[in-house]
Design a binder for this molecule. Structure first.
Ligand code: SF4
Length: 380
């Protein structure tokens, strides 16, 4: 494959071969002034991923620029691996995947399908190469002309398993004779997700002391930036956690879990995103869910990390009262729920906090006035 292409997609298997063949010895790559530009490019790759959610666009003027670009990729992976921070790994993996997907949009369908196969969607192919009898069935089934890519439904299911939106459900896809037909741009989204997951699985790589020491000044800077970014993503301050402030829907779901009743997928998503938003840590949220009869620790751990944003960097906000009502999760709304402006369970929690705080203050004021009156009476 043309190295110019590998520079745009350095995670491809052919790029690995290129790196093995062309890269200088590791100590030179890390320390030799000759390779300074590659180290700087690797560093910007990680910083841009953190701050912008993208890796910088490659400027490939000549062969040297192409080689620098390709080698900046393993360098960036060493930097990310040196810190072993799951947040950084997630941001970096997402940024590489997003950048690859926007480059892919400008490629031919043939190239996109080749990429899909390289990344693990092996059954993807151009619809025009379908056997005539199946193409006929597609036409009879009125499959849209926009659906120019076809793939085996098992590949589709595996590749789309982490998407929650109903658009990705099989019932909303065009299925004929075991094949899913979809537009090229939808396949690019699947490729993006495959790349992200592959990088997440691969990182952090084991790094030795030579690497850690050589890259120390860069990793120190990346570490500071990572903490800054984490602060930006940190949950809104909801005050001290208190179950007394839960809206009726949340209290009801907790009592269902305690009664060993399985919650629907939507209810579990709501509960998890709500509890994370209040600042509960993973151990506490798992402890709550562990009382469910269908609790599976490894699956629940993965799903919860996804909702908390550890995997994709996207932290999910709990749904509004409107959505909860539509999904049958709203339960016995009380006086506060019935206020015109009450549209979200987090608003309920925030407002209830204020009323709990003020009734607590009133109780304390009453107690202290009672003591004053009693003391005064005793003195009389
Ligand atoms: S109105 Fe909103 S906060 Fe109240 S129970 Fe329904 S969903 Fe929950």
């Amino acid at each position: 494959m043309n190295p110019r292409i590998l520079a745009r997609y350095p995670f491809l298997s052919e790029a690995k071969e290129y790196i093995m063949r062309e890269a200088p010895p590791l100590d030179k790559l890390l320390l030799d002034p000759l390779y300074y530009d590659i180290r700087e490019k690797g560093f910007s790759r990680v910083l841009n991923a953190l701050e912008e959610g993208r890796v910088p666009a490659a400027v490939l003027l000549d062969d040297d620029a192409i080689m620098d670009e390709i080698l900046s990729y393993p360098l960036a992976r060493m930097l990310v691996s040196s810190l072993k921070d799951p947040f950084l790994v997630a941001r970096y993996s997402l940024a590489e995947a997003k950048s690859a997907s926007s480059n892919l949009e400008r490629e031919s369908l043939e190239f996109q399908i080749g990429m899909a196969r390289d990344i693990g969607i092996e059954s993807a192919f151009d619809r025009k190469y379908l056997p005539p009898d199946i193409e006929k069935k597609m036409e009879d089934a009125d499959i849209s002309d926009e659906s120019d890519v076809v793939m085996d439904f098992v590949d589709y299911l595996k590749s789309s398993s982490s998407f929650n939106s109903s658009d990705w459900k099989m019932v909303n896809r065009e299925l004929v004779h075991g094949y899913i037909a979809l537009p090229g741009r939808t396949m690019i989204r699947l490729i993006e997700e495959k790349i992200r997951k592959r990088l997440l699985d691969e990182l952090p790589l084991p790094v030795n002391r030579t690497i850690t020491i050589a890259l120390e000044s860069m990793t120190n800077e990346i570490k500071l930036k990572t903490e800054e970014m984490k602060d930006r993503f940190r949950e809104e301050d909801m005050g001290e956690f208190s179950a007394e402030r839960f809206p009726p829907c949340v209290s009801h779901l907790i009592s269902q879990i305690q009664a060993n009743i399985n919650l629907s997928h939507e209810a579990r998503f709501f509960m998890a995103s709500f509890l994370f938003h209040l600042g509960l840590d993973m151990a506490k949220v798992i402890a709550i869910f562990s009382q469910s009869p269908d609790f599976d620790p490894s699956l629940a751990g993965y799903q919860l990390e996804h909702i908390r944003g550890d995997i994709s960097g996207t932290k999910y906000t709990p749904p509004s009262c409107g959505t909860l009502k539509t999904n049958g999760i709203c339960y016995k709304p009380d006086g506060l729920c019935r206020k015109d402006w009450m549209t979200h369970p987090l608003t309920y929690y925030r407002i209830k906090g204020k009323s709990v705080d003020s009734s607590e203050k009133t109780r304390k004021t009453n107690e202290s006035s009672e003591k004053t009156i009693t003391g005064a009476k005793e003195r009389i």
